[in-house]
Design a protein around this ligand. Structure first.
Ligand code: ARG
Length: 423
């Protein structure tokens, strides 16, 4: 193979510094930069191309927006994709970015990759997992992790090596954007007790600045994925773009959490995910109407496991395929509409409807005799049967000097008298 390296390139400072390093420190003759467009601002994609041109790389911009929404975001909706309250926006883009880098490497005949991930975050795991799963023999270089450079050292290196330093990115915040959300990290934002300044937000208005008029939305789903907004059928990318705009305008989608990173570091994280938060809320509301309680209870466990795998970037894991099989089977019935209200940062479900609803007005209504209430009496009698037996036995043991009752606390002590007849 030729002496080429494919650099997973965002155009930001970290990855830009990697370009001269690939030649000077790692001895490659040719640097191939690949920027994957997953819906970050168009200026960023252009800036990456311009910087790459200025530094003489062979550059590719890969438009993966549609694939991203169809094959990563929509499956995430089906799985109610979440990790500790985070809709996984950065997380689910990484495997696709790595996949595109692999495709380019095969195309140009390269057997080495570079990326700008640091050694503290999750992205190094997500990206390298896919690169090495798909090209096990490829060399992978992570200069930021290896060299442990500070931001000011990077700037110095950039200046000494003719790396253009853009205006937009080299701020105090580290930002990652795609159609599913915007992650804002760095600086004091990582401190648990620091109030995020309003200036970090770009996609969402503060509740104070949101319109005084609320906005209602009707989202239709077919088999677990959204297909229309207010009756307009939209292609997947357009649907997400519109919802980011509408929900963001009303201040919906801010997420501020303490996040447990893969390495075990606890870090405070801020996100703006207006479309994701809206769609996930709507999807859950619809599932609650059409799935049985047993399915919902079990699916919550499956979803949680799915979210963890997605967070760790393990898209090629067999367990992920297994979970997807279950999830997809449940989603065959998740069709219908959900109505929502957006108002100054709040998102409220106003209603939901489906042909496949497991709701029967006649059965549930207080005004109907269709369901014969007397049928419940036996159920009520046997409800908690074992617990009642336990109370009898424990009461007996207590009088015999046993310790079983002490675990129950004194609060209920007086309510349990003589052991009576077990039911
Ligand atoms: N903590 C989030 C995650 O692991 C966000 C990462 C953001 N990445 C970045 N390079 N700013 O998914």
């Amino acid at each position: 193979m030729s002496n080429k390296v494919v650099l997973v390139y965002s155009g930001g400072l970290d990855t830009s510094v990697c370009i001269p390093m690939m030649k000077e420190e790692y001895g490659f003759d040719e640097v191939v930069t690949v920027t994957v467009d997953v819906g970050q601002p168009a200026e960023d994609v252009q800036e990456a191309a311009d910087k790459a041109a200025a530094m003489g790389t062979t550059h590719f911009t890969v438009d993966a927006k549609e694939e991203f929404v169809k094959y990563l975001c929509f499956p995430s909706i089906k799985a109610n994709g979440d990790y500790e309250g985070y809709p996984l926006s950065t997380a689910i883009a990484r495997p696709l970015i790595a996949l595109k880098a692999v495709e380019k490497a095969k195309e140009v005949g390269a057997n080495a990759f570079g990326h700008g991930c640091t050694g503290k975050g999750n992205d190094q795991f997500r990206i390298e997992f896919v690169l090495s799963a798909l090209m096990p023999d490829a060399r992978i270089i992570a200069p930021m992790r290896e060299k442990n450079m500070t931001r000011s050292e990077e700037i110095e290196y950039a200046q000494a090596h003719g790396v253009p330093i853009g205006q937009s990115k080299e701020k105090i915040w580290s930002i990652d954007e795609n159609l599913w959300g915007r992650s804002i990290e760095g600086g004091r934002l990582e401190e648990p007790n620091y109030t995020p300044p309003e200036e970090i937000f770009r996609w969402t208005r503060s509740p104070e600045n949101a319109p005084d008029e609320s906005r209602t939305l009707e989202i239709a789903f077919e088999e677990g994925v959204p297909v229309s907004v207010d009756g307009d059928r939209l292609d997947p990318v357009e649907l997400v773009v519109q919802l980011n705009r509408i929900a963001g305008e009303h201040g919906v989608g801010r997420v501020d959490i303490m996040e447990d990173r893969m390495l075990g570091l606890k870090v405070r994280e801020n996100y703006e995910c207006p479309a994701a938060v809206t769609l996930l809320t709507a999807h859950k509301a619809l599932e609650a109407l059409v799935l049985t309680r047993e399915e919902l209870r079990f699916k919550a466990l499956v979803d949680q496991e799915w979210g963890r795998l997605a967070y760790e970037g393990l898209w090629l894991h067999p367990l992920k395929e297994d979970l997807d099989a279950f999830i997809n089977h449940t989603q065959m019935r998740v069709s219908g509409i959900v109505r929502l209200k957006l108002y100054k940062g709040s998102l409220t479900v106003l209603g939901r409807d489906s042909q496949l609803a497991l709701y029967n007005e006649d059965l549930a209504s207080f005004d109907s005799k269709t369901f014969d209430q007397s049928l419940s009496a036996g159920n009520v009698r046997t409800h908690g049967m074992q617990a009642k037996m336990f109370q009898q036995v424990a009461g007996l043991e207590h009088r015999l000097g046993g310790g079983a009752r002490t675990a129950l606390g004194p609060a209920i002590e007086e309510h349990i008298g003589e052991a009576g007849e077990p039911i």
